[in-house]
Design a protein around this ligand. Structure first.
Ligand SMILES: Cc1cc2nc3c(=O)[nH]c(=O)nc-3n(C[C@H](O)[C@H](O)[C@H](O)COP(=O)(O)OP(=O)(O)OC[C@H]3O[C@@H](n4cnc5c(N)ncnc54)[C@H](O)[C@@H]3O)c2cc1C
Length: 473
């Protein structure tokens, strides 16, 4: 009785103060583990199909997971996902449209070297701007390199050939000078490592083939009112238990038990949506252990690290019309690069956003805040001079070391292909389902992938319950 009372009280305070009719339930139809977009999308689909005895267990003190908007500085800034990647043929964008949310298109387009090169102010390691001719040459070779990769991939997928292998052979073929090699390395790292979140030597030349499977197309856009409006909408009318960390899932023929710091929750079905990093870290014990093929894919798919450093300045002192400000590092520092976005262009506030990715992001997560800010500032000083103002405030993310995530998003690495993702997505014993960006065969690493895999897992569960899923509205 006491436990029931506690459960009832905590439900009343959950999910941004939404008070729904929650009742303590002995056995739920479904437990959803994780209140990120995939978990909320799954719970929403179940509810829309009449399955109401559903509870979402979330270890953190907020919903949204890797979608996390803050308005600390008066603008809606994203600590996790920023972009909707493609607003056409996207079920995620349908939600945005239904909510009448405005989209702020950006120049940046996933996977396009030339678009990125055309929207940046590019400086060398001494802070000198590259000439138009130098940029044109770089663009020409970057495009040729893209063609070279296409040629390789046309011959068949080659998972183990890395970007570095391809760059080395392309460079030898074109008799590149050391400077040209370094510059192309830089630009490839800037675009690819900062999208896929792993280093070029850990990235297969066939990686883009997987991302090309997406049906979403069109502009990439930001949501000025905040990405978190999407999880908030999906969370409406859901029963969500925050600060409730699952550490063991026991599954059998009839019942699944989730052991948490708030007691044991029982259900007929369970949808696991925790990040791949959490599963890799064995933060949840499964009894019996997950099938070997599931364990193999959890090992095979990589988790990349991608972080953000927001700097708020007293005034804009930088190139105000470009979208990106970039500086090619000295060769001995070639992996220590920041991808800097000029947010003043879109938010009308003096804010710069520096991204880190791959091994550099992992390393920078160990630094103090002061060292991190100083490091970005020394780069800006090289470009704009020592008299630039210091930031009056900053925000730094460390997704790789956060125990509720252990990384920013999945990356195919050198071993995974869509089969691997498909295996990850397979249910176990018809009761234990898996969703989350890392289980998407077409949209891994994105919010879109999280959203659609939540729907997919819910539909699998509904089918198991003998309910024909109706089309999502
Ligand atoms: C810095 C950054 C930038 C990004 N940029 C973009 C972008 O521009 N566009 C884009 O489409 N995508 C982007 N992404 C990726 C995108 O945010 C994710 O793919 C997506 O949000 C993942 O959703 P999910 O539901 O799969 O997982 P999550 O959102 O991680 O949800 C999983 C939930 O499980 C919870 N959890 C963990 N352990 C437990 C446990 N033991 N018990 C209970 N709950 C637990 C977590 O707290 C979390 O809330 C970015 C990610 C990061 C980090």
């Amino acid at each position: 009785m006491a436990r029931f009372f506690l459960l009832f009280v905590s439900h009343c305070y959950c999910a941004f103060g939404l008070i729904a009719e929650y009742h303590p339930i002995e056995t739920y139809d479904a437990i959803v583990v994780g209140a990120g977009v995939s978990g909320l999308s799954a719970a929403n689909t179940l509810r829309n199909n009449g399955v109401k005895k559903v509870i979402v267990l979330e270890a953190g003190n907020r919903i949204g997971g890797r979608v996390w908007t803050t308005d600390t500085w008066g603008s809606n800034l994203e600590l996790g996902a920023s972009w909707i990647h493609g607003i056409e043929n996207s079920p995620l964008f349908d939600v945005v449209r239904d909510m009448n949310l405005t989209i702020q298109p950006t120049i940046y387009k996933s996977g396009s070297l030339s678009t990125k090169l055309g929207s940046m102010a590019l400086y060398d390691a001494d802070g000198k701007p590259l000439s138009k001719e130098e940029i044109a040459t770089l663009k020409e070779y970057a495009e040729k390199f893209e063609g070279y990769l296409d040629e390789i991939n046309e011959k068949g997928r080659n998972h183990t050939l890395t970007y570095i292998d391809a760059l080395n052979s392309f460079s030898a073929k074109n008799k590149f000078s050391k400077q040209m090699y370094d510059r192309l390395y830089y630009i490839l790292r800037l675009l690819n490592t900062y999208e896929i979140a792993v280093d070029l030597q850990d990235m297969s030349v066939s990686v883009e083939e997987l991302y090309k499977k997406t049906e979403a197309s069109g502009t990439n856009g930001l949501i000025p009112l905040g990405y978190n409006l999407i999880p908030s909408k999906l969370a409406k009318h859901q029963s969500i238990e925050l600060n409730c960390k699952v550490d063991k899932i026991s599954y059998g023929d009839q019942i699944i038990e989730c052991r948490t710091n708030k007691g044991v929750f029982k259900a007929k079905n369970c949808i696991v949506t925790v990040p791949l990093g959490v599963l890799k870290a064995d933060a949840i014990a499964f009894s019996p252990p997950l099938p070997q093929e599931k364990l193999d894919v959890i090992e095979k798919i990589q988790v990349g690290v991608f972080d953000k450093i927001y700097l708020f300045f007293p005034k804009v002192f930088w190139d105000r019309h470009v979208e990106w400000i970039e500086s090619i590092p000295k060769p001995d520092m070639r992996d220590q690069i920041y991808d800097i976005m000029n947010l003043a262009k879109y938010f009308k506030q003096p804010i710069l956003l520096a991204f880190t990715a791959g091994s550099f992001a992992k390393e920078a997560e160990k630094w103090s805040d002061e060292k991190t800010v100083d490091s970005v500032m020394s780069l800006l000083k090289k470009i704009y001079g020592n008299d630039i103002p210091s930031p009056s405030s900053y925000m730094i993310t460390r997704w790789g070391s956060d125990p509720l995530f252990y990384g920013s998003y999945s990356s195919p690495g050198l071993q995974a292909d869509e089969e691997t993702y498909a295996t990850f997505a397979e249910p176990v014993m018809g009761r234990l389902f898996f969703a989350g960006e890392a289980t998407s065969q077409t949209d891994c690493s994105t919010v879109l992938g999280a959203f659609t895999t939540g729907q997919r897992a819910a539909n699998q569960l509904l089918t198991g319950m003998g309910i024909k899923p109706r089309i999502e509205d």
